[in-house]
Design a protein around this ligand. Structure first.
Ligand SMILES: [Fe+2]
Ligand SMILES: [Fe+2]
Length: 394
């Protein structure tokens, strides 16, 4: 991939500057006429340089610069997303602590400051109170408004007791400058696989802490009570005003065997369908990810801990996959995100990926693992195969 210097002085690969305009006009899912989306992919040198890693330029990336008309957006503002720090106690290792601290330092350096920080779950690795306290201590450095949703790694040692005590319960919502923000808990709904097996809380957490754990099953879900809450929460919100929904897991079916979905995503879509400008921002996947279903856009955020590989199938066709990370550099391919609502009523997603290379995205599928079997149109096939048939696999 060749790079050139753009008119704005930013480095970017020429072939990433492509227009991906798309009009959301599927039958029954027609967006508000004021909603127009076009996306461009380019690389730039970040304005945020903290000097935390000497000699390494900090790169950010707008892989998908979402130019979304937000007719109701009133004022320009930015917020920061941080998630999937997967902290171990310092006595075990400090690698993940270093990366969480670096992200916190960079978020504090945002100028102008972010209006708020959303922490998107998986603060801890094994739900250990020592890990959660350590995370709270690190995040205390950030003094702007902070909101939290849990990840499965925060939850299954004590079923959320410590998490809720430190950070409060989900779901929640607030309105900010013409946008309704909603935080959902998508992790606490696992079916009870532990009681019958007489598992200890540590055993339970252990099973939930692996990506493809078979005992945990299809644990990611919103649940009827939260669906009802969401519906009534949005009832007083005009249908064409922007709604941003934060969740740990993506609110659609990407790859169920790794819980890269919520199992009741159809019901979630049903509740959100009347709203013509919905953005879902989620963690858990630890990778650059983009999808659109109806009038909802979904954006997967980076982890600070490690990048997961792309799933062997089901990667949304709209995703521009990022390069495989350098296994010798644990700061490679990870980071945090800035999300901007601009004065021109545009929304921009900027991945603050710590990468020393000049380019972030893969120009060949095998450079990202987003290859032959992936990047396919979404269908219900994976879930139907894995979960729907009571007699086992079809
Ligand atoms: Fe995670
Ligand atoms: Fe997770």
């Amino acid at each position: 991939m060749s790079a050139q210097k753009g008119a704005n002085g930013m480095d970017h690969p020429l072939d990433e500057r492509r227009e991906m305009a798309r009009t959301l006009n599927a039958p029954g899912a027609k967006p508000d006429p004021s909603l127009r989306i076009s996306r461009r992919t380019f690389l730039h040198k970040s304005l945020v340089t903290t000097g935390v890693t000497a000699g390494a330029a900090t790169y950010g990336w707008w892989p998908l610069m979402n130019l979304v008309d937000l007719a109701w957006g009133q004022t320009a503002f930015r917020f920061a997303w941080l998630s999937d720090t997967h902290l171990y106690p310092k006595t075990v290792n400090t690698r993940f602590v270093e990366k969480a601290v670096r992200a916190v330092t960079e978020i504090k350096a945002m100028n102008p400051p972010a209006d708020f920080l959303i922490f998107g779950g998986d603060l801890a690795q094994l739900g250990d109170p020592v890990e959660l306290d350590l995370g709270a201590e690190i995040l205390k450095e950030i003094t702007i408004k902070k909101v939290f949703i849990p990840g499965e790694h925060d939850w299954y040692l004590d079923m959320g007791a410590k998490w809720n005590g430190l950070f409060g319960q989900s779901p929640w919502s607030f309105d900010h400058k013409g946008v309704r923000f909603v935080g959902l808990d998508t992790v606490s709904r696992a079916a009870d696989f532990w009681t019958a097996k007489k598992m200890t809380p540590k055993d339970r957490m252990g099973h939930m802490s692996v990506l493809d754990g078979t005992l945990g099953g299809a644990w990611a879900g919103v649940g009827l009570d939260q669906l009802q809450w969401l519906q009534s929460n949005l009832a007083n919100w005009p249908k064409n005003r922007p709604v941003v929904v934060f969740s740990h897991n993506p609110l659609y079916e990407y790859y169920p065997p790794w819980n890269f979905w919520v199992r009741d995503w159809r019901e979630v879509q049903e509740v959100l369908k009347p709203y013509t400008n919905v953005t879902n921002i989620h963690g858990h996947v630890h990778q650059v990810l983009y999808n659109e279903i109806g009038t909802m856009r979904s954006m997967g955020m980076l982890a600070t801990s490690w990048p997961w590989p792309y799933a062997p199938e089901g990667v949304p066709v709209l995703t521009k996959c990022h390069l495989r990370a350098d296994p010798g550099d644990h700061f490679d391919g990870v980071g945090w995100s800035q999300l901007t609502m601009s004065a021109a009523n545009k929304m921009e997603t900027e991945y603050m990926m710590w990468r020393k290379k000049d380019h972030i995205v893969a120009d060949t599928p095998w450079d990202s693992g987003c290859g032959d079997n992936a990047n396919q149109p979404l269908t219900p096939r994976i879930a139907d195969r894995e979960w729907t048939y009571p007699g086992g696999h079809k």
